[in-house]
Ligand binder design. Structure first.
Ligand code: CA
Length: 235
């Protein structure tokens, strides 16, 4: 039997809720909707959707609380929809357990890409870096995780140990945002202190080696004030 992937949309703005629902249905997803946080939580626990799209600004409760309450018992992917541009809020949502976010206004292809990525990561065994993927491929870039080798247009790219680690973490999580703090913790450990500057220096060097034009990156994008997002794997 064929089961459609079910997605719950928790969003109080009717026009946005309708737009998302239509888009998802056209793309063969099963859609459930809730206009309040209370209804959303009830559907999460009773219907167990495969993925949740969650607006943070709801009339009856803070979206953050929905993430927290859901994370107490479930790892279902949660993508936050936010009109607010405050980086702090995006970081907070990721910190309390959201998988990713999408900022209004967004287009159909961006929404679909975020959902695909979140579903892909949720299907992986062991959430941390235990990969099943052996290679990252996008445009002219290849990262061979077994051989720890990076090539661009067939030519080997020479990275330092730390640079390689940064790229491999981003490539293993391609398509989703990784916060500065998460990267720093992963590389230098929880006692790294303020390594933001070192991370930025490393990223500048990585871009010099990987990007045709480091000012307009094709592979690793900066999500201002939040972190980095690497171009989604094509394989
Ligand atoms: Ca709202």
């Amino acid at each position: 039997m064929y089961h459609k992937i079910s997605i719950l949309v928790i969003e109080d703005e009717k026009s946005i809720c309708d737009f998302i629902s239509r888009t998802l249905e056209l793309n063969d997803y099963k859609v459930m909707t809730a206009n309040t946080g209370k209804d959303g939580l009830a559907i999460i626990t009773s219907q167990l959707p495969d993925l949740v799209l969650l607006d943070l600004g709801l009339p009856d409760m803070d979206g953050m609380d929905i993430i927290r309450q859901t994370r107490e018992w479930s790892s279902m992917p949660i993508i936050v929809i936010s009109a607010r541009t405050q980086e702090k809020e995006k970081v907070n949502a990721l910190d309390v357990g959201a998988d990713d976010y999408i900022t209004k206004p967004f287009g159909t292809s961006e929404l679909m890409a975020r959902i695909r990525t979140a579903m892909r990561h949720s299907n992986k065994i062991g959430s941390n870096n235990q990969l099943i993927t052996k290679e990252y491929r996008a445009k002219d870039l290849r990262v061979d995780f077994d051989k720890r080798r990076i090539t661009l247009d067939g030519n080997e790219v020479h990275l330092t140990r730390v640079e390689y680690k940064i790229v491999s973490i981003l490539a293993q999580n391609s398509g989703r945002v990784i916060t500065y703090d998460a990267l720093i913790n992963e590389i230098w450990g929880p006692y790294a202190g303020d390594n933001n500057r070192i991370l930025r220096v490393n990223m500048a060097n990585i871009r010099r080696k990987l990007e045709k034009n480091p000012a307009e990156p094709e592979y690793i994008f900066t999500e201002l004030g939040v972190g980095y997002r690497m171009l989604e794997d094509e394989g």
